[in-house]
Design a protein around this ligand. Structure first.
Ligand SMILES: *Cc1c(COP(=O)(O)O)cnc(C)c1O
Length: 469
């Protein structure tokens, strides 16, 4: 498969290059040249496969010929080995209200990001080993991405990873999931500042071309296509498990639009998905878009579901590309207008096409707490606040009775124990592999929000290790 930019002005890349690429050089995002198709026959054959086997089968058309299905099969088997439910790391559970929950919190860091990042870390090793190359991953995190990326990249020969978090502004569980990893190639840095300061530092270093080239800087955020591809897998798996002759709606708690775009990708590949519900917290830019056709930046609020406290959903551009019938020039113009004015409008025709597939709903903190409490009372089950936003949207959605609703449980309740305890009176406990998390020693350095200082610190760390990249 070859990959093209949503803005049409960047070179076409093969899969192995796309694995290492961040943004395309024209500012766009890479997408596959065509959507591979799963025929009815192919879908039937998927039913007999284990999750890692199915993952390799679904990923193969995106990865070949750069990476073969046989290589993917080994890689996926290894990626999901450490998950705490076997053999299926993405189990479905039926709630008494009829909604199915797909639990995507059985990986090492207890959020759905593990499902793709465990694959991506291994793809880095595979691709870089072939080229005898090393990279330096640099990222900022407000919570879940940092720990998932660290777990995926720890102890890999081909890379070092530096993760910036805003000092004192991530939860203790989230911080400890990062800072208790004592691997030689993992470097946590607490920045005196906000998450935005951390992101600005990352941007500044990526824009410094000599520095970027000297250390082969790379990113692991959800603009990386391999993450989206690996997320398509669990939608296909859920559909195949429930029966592809059924009517199906997925409800996805959303921030950057990455996870719900993966569901859209599964539909483009031929999985019969009727409806996708985009569930947002009080940061409702997407809810307003699907109501009006107008994307307009508002102010940002802190909520009980912090991983969705996002203003601009970076992956939405991939959907925009499809909505504009893959007209890259139109996407480039629209995104430019967005950058300059903070808004764009797709017009009534495109809005009505979008809302044939997408519904959107918002859920404030009060309803989030109520929903956590309701599910605990009805099913004796603790759910995390992000999942609750999805379930609230699923419960209020106006869908025909025979449509099966599958809601994505994006995080383990023990990642957000305070909100869950406030809603239910019960404090969720961490699974066994993290039971001692609060007692483990931590290691991280602290730096001011100054790009020159950060640049020196990274260079000194890598020089001291004798790393040549
Ligand atoms: C990252 C994250 C989300 C949002 O996912 P997107 O792909 O950015 O839409 C939702 N819930 C949790 C727990 C997350 O970590």
């Amino acid at each position: 498969m070859n990959y093209i930019s949503t803005r049409g002005q960047a070179p076409v890349l093969a899969f192995d290059d796309v694995v290492l690429a961040g943004l395309a050089c024209d500012g766009g995002l890479y997408v596959p040249e065509i959507w591979p198709q799963l025929t009815a026959d192919a879908l039937r054959s998927l039913g007999r496969l284990s999750y890692p086997e199915l993952a390799a089968r679904v990923l193969a058309p995106f990865a070949e010929p750069a990476v073969s299905e046989a290589e993917l099969a080994l890689l996926c088997e290894d990626a999901y080995r450490g998950f705490d439910v076997r053999p299926n790391p993405a189990p479905l559970r039926r709630l008494s209200c009829g909604i199915h929950l797909m639990e995507l919190f059985h990986g090492p860091t207890l959020a759905f990001k593990d499902y793709a990042l465990q694959v991506l870390g291994r793809l880095f090793d595979l691709v870089l080993a072939r080229r005898s190359q090393r990279i330096t991953i640099l990222g900022a995190t407000s919570g879940d991405t940092g720990s998932a990326a660290i777990e995926a990249c720890r102890d890999r020969d081909s890379l070092d990873i530096f993760v910036l978090h805003p000092k004192g502004r991530v939860s203790e569980v989230q911080r400890r999931q990062m800072t208790t990893v004592f691997s030689d190639n993992v470097h946590n840095i607490a920045i005196d500042g906000t998450f935005d300061d951390c992101q600005d530092l990352v941007k500044a270093l990526f824009l410094d071309a000599p520095f970027r080239e000297r250390f082969h800087l790379a990113a692991v955020n959800s603009i990386n296509w391999a993450r989206i591809a690996a997320q398509i897998v669990y939608y296909v798996h859920a559909a195949v498990s429930l029966g592809t002759d059924l009517r199906l709606a997925f409800i996805v708690p959303t921030g950057n639009f990455g996870n719900v775009f993966a569901a859209y990708g599964a539909a483009q590949m031929g999985i019969p998905i009727e409806t996708l519900i985009v569930a947002s917290n009080r940061n409702d830019i997407l809810t307003r878009f699907f109501a009006s056709g107008r994307m307009e930046i508002g102010s940002i609020f802190s909520t009980l579901s912090p991983s969705m406290d996002i203003q601009v959903s970076s992956n939405f551009e991939r959907y925009l590309f499809e909505l504009y019938d893959r007209d890259a020039a139109a996407v480039a113009a629209t995104m430019e207008a967005f950058r300059d004015t903070g808004a764009f409008d797709v017009g009534p025709g495109r809005l009505s096409r979008a809302t044939r597939t997408f519904l959107a709903a918002r859920c404030d903190d009060e309803l989030t707490k109520q929903t956590i409490s309701t599910i605990y009372n009805e099913d004796g089950l603790l759910i995390d606040p992000h999942t609750a936003v999805g379930i609230a949207a699923a419960r209020s959605a106006d869908l025909p009775a025979d449509v099966n609703r599958v809601c994505i449980a994006t995080a383990h309740p023990a990642k957000f124990p305070d909100a869950v305890e406030a809603a239910t009176g019960v404090r969720p406990t961490l699974p066994p592999h993290l039971a001692t998390l609060m007692d483990r020693p931590e290691r991280y350095s602290s730096l001011p929000a100054d790009p020159a200082v950060l640049r020196r610190a990274i260079a000194a760390t890598l020089d001291a290790k004798g790393v040549t990249v």
